[in-house]
Design a protein around this ligand. Sequence first.
Ligand code: GLU
Length: 287
Amino acid sequence: MSKVSPSFSLSHRGRLAPSPTGLLHVGHARTFWIAAQRATANQGTLILRNEDLDPQRSRAEFARAMIEDLRWLGIRWSEGSDCGGPYGAYSQSERRAYYLEAWRRLRDGGFLYPCICSRKDLAQSASAPNDTDDELVYPGTCRARKDVAEFMEPAGVNWRFHVRDGEVVEFADLNLGRQCYVAGSDFGDFLVWRRDDVPAYQLAVVVDDVAMRITEVVRGADLLKSTARQLLLMRALGVTAPDYFHCELVRDAAGVRLSKRHDALSIRHLRESGMTAEKVLEMAGWP
Ligand code: GLU
């Protein structure tokens, strides 16, 4: 019997997915540099995606700053015809129609339910978020609601993905090895659409990684549990997941992981204080 070989080769497609909610810091420099190096090593394509979904927290000046800082670090991405928007980047704020379509498919497939719990209800009943994950484990209060079919649009309530309690989600991380999380305890029924009519991070990222044919996601280890959630979403949508490479987190002198509140360790600040890009990457633990 003759061997059937695919008529195309699956080439590497990576992405940089910063959120313009503050200045990029040394931890981002590390993650994005690794993503760029891996794309180059695999003769792949690197895509920039501006994750500006949250209208309350995203600011155009931070989007401009992140583009400048990435360029200053020497990171280059595809500006070819497959990248729309300014700076050769996709912007999530322009991609609502894709997220809405996915919401409909998930709702019709019975994977979602509307949730009317307030932040206060959640704070009182759910377990506290830990160091590396900031979504509370939802106690399931609205799981039994029977009114899903009444919603033609997602707005007005929160929408949650119903996880199977006790299900083990396992994946082989290209950097950190085997990862294993338990649905219902490591994370609960997570948000896919917010009541203020903003698609949630988990849904938008999955839809975009699939639509942009991403083959490898490089991101910080703070998103490991998000990856587990995203694998469940991809299974529900019937799509193939990319590979994952989670980078160790960069911490400050006190051992606290860097966040956008660490202004002194922002790439912008270090650059303005006269530091070279090489030095910033060295601080970020590279190579
Ligand atoms: N936009 C997210 C962030 O800046 C990262 C998204 C991802 O890598 O999936 O934290």
